[in-house]
Structure formats: C-alpha cells, structure tokens
Design a protein. Structure first.
Length: 260
C-alpha cells in the first residue's frame, strides 16, 4: 500500500494580478521504504507540493492520502505520521540542542522523562550526542541540519519529507547527510521524500525521481530509466537528462531558492 497517494493535487494562490497556479495537477505515488527525489526548476511547484502533503497548505484541488490518513479529512492524523524539515530549518539559536529536542518532544505530548530520553536517543543516532549541551547558534551548518532532521523524527514518523536538506552545506557535510538519509531508510525503514536542485545528490541518493515543471509531473522513474528514456543511455548524465526533460539547465534551476 502506498505511503503517499496523490491524485490531481493542486494549489492556486489568489493575487492582485490574478490567480497563480503553483501546482496544477500532481499525481504522486510513493511506496514504503523508498527514497524519492523531487526535481524541477525554480517555481515548478515542489515546495508547494511538500507543504500540501504535510498539511501546511490546503489543496485547492485533488485528493491525497499520506501514511494512511486522508489529507483533508484527517490533517491531524497526517501530522502525527510524517515529519517535515523546511528549507530554512526551525532551530532556536538561544537554546541548547537538548532543550530544542526536549521541547519538540513535549509539543508532541511526550511525558518529560520520555522526551528527555527521546532527545538523547535521537542525538546519539544523528551524531549529536556530544553536543546536547551546546547552544544551537554554535553548531556548524551540517550539525544544524542534523538537528533539524532530529526534530522532524521526534515522534518517530514512518515518513520524512525534506525540502532542500543540503542547501548551503559544504561537500563533506552533504555526503554525511546523504549517509544519514540512507541509514534512516536502511536501518529504520523510514520513507524519505526530498526536493533538491543538486543533480549529483538526486543521482546518488534517490531510488526514484519525479520531475515537476509548471505544476505538473512531467517525468518519473529511476535515475537510470530517465537517463535512458530522455538522454539515450542509462549512463548519460542527469544534467543532460534534466535539460532534455525541462528544456532548462540545472544552473538556471539552482539560481535561487524555491518559494512556491
């Protein structure tokens, strides 16, 4: 049974200049245990899609079930069963790693003792065990992203959605985060859906890619299958494949953060 099943998912924003169709009609299926990468140029609708799937934005069309819960009929059930890490993160620079994680646990209605134990367990699992009493402002970029992910995992969701998880990280920190994501899937069965503008990241990490452009899914498949279908060979570069599918280069896609 899919952990995400979306049909015709759409979101239109009303502006003074007229309606903006950020997501026109997205059909998306994600199976348990997959790592799925969402690719697309700026403004393609990737972040808006994630925000709808996590109940942060109400769809204006279509339907979806997320982790066995109906997106519109049971949004609280969806939130209980998925974790979300936004592009900008949500770490308070004035508190320690321990305080941040314990507070997150308490927000999910864990008892104090359980929240403290969960914080220590997550910190150890994500390489933050020796940093529990360090203020988050003193963490490196890679450490802060690990903390963001730890916060998204506090309630032990079967599904984790990551929006541009490695933006701003150095190459070593990016590869460390890739290993972390693989470990979440391989060791704990967590399903991961992530957006990224880094094609090497998508190629190395994702079991399957979904390309969104103009608010629609325009291609999907394994990296090798997409390369063969759109660039002529499973050994082609994902850069050439992306260009063939969207008509745009990755450099254009990477020019600025996605806002819709």
């Amino acid at each position: 049974m899919p952990i995400i099943s979306a049909s015709g998912l759409a979101r239109t924003f009303t502006t003074k200049a007229g309606p903006v169709h950020a997501v026109r009609s997205v059909d998306l299926t994600v199976m348990p245990g997959e790592i799925v990468g969402l690719l697309g140029p700026n403004g393609a609708g990737k972040t808006t899609t994630l925000r709808m799937l996590t109940t942060l934005l109400a769809p204006t069309g279509g339907a979806a079930t997320v982790a066995g819960r109906d997106l519109t009929a049971d949004p609280a059930g969806v939130r209980e069963r998925c974790g979300y890490v936004a592009q900008s993160g949500g770490v308070d620079p004035h508190v320690t790693v321990r305080e941040e994680l314990v507070t997150q646990g308490r927000l999910y209605r864990l008892g104090k003792a359980e929240a403290v134990a969960r914080a220590a367990g997550l910190a150890g699992r994500l390489g933050l065990g020796g940093l529990l009493d360090r203020r988050t402002a003193a963490l490196s970029g890679g450490q802060r992203r690990r903390l963001d992910i730890a916060m998204g995992l506090t309630h032990r969701p079967p599904l984790l959605l990551l929006d541009e998880p490695t933006t701003g990280l150095d190459p070593g920190s990016r590869e460390d985060l890739w290993d972390l994501v693989r470990g979440l899937r391989d060791d704990f069965g967590t399903t991961v859906v992530l957006t990224t503008h880094h094609l090497d990241e998508a190629d190395a990490l994702a079991d399957r890619l979904v390309v969104i452009d103009g608010g629609l899914v325009v291609a999907e498949g394994t990296p090798a299958a997409l390369k063969a279908a759109h660039a002529g060979s499973p050994d082609a570069s994902l850069h050439d494949t992306f260009l063939a599918i969207t008509g745009r280069t990755p450099a254009a896609a990477e020019a600025a953060p996605v806002t819709v």
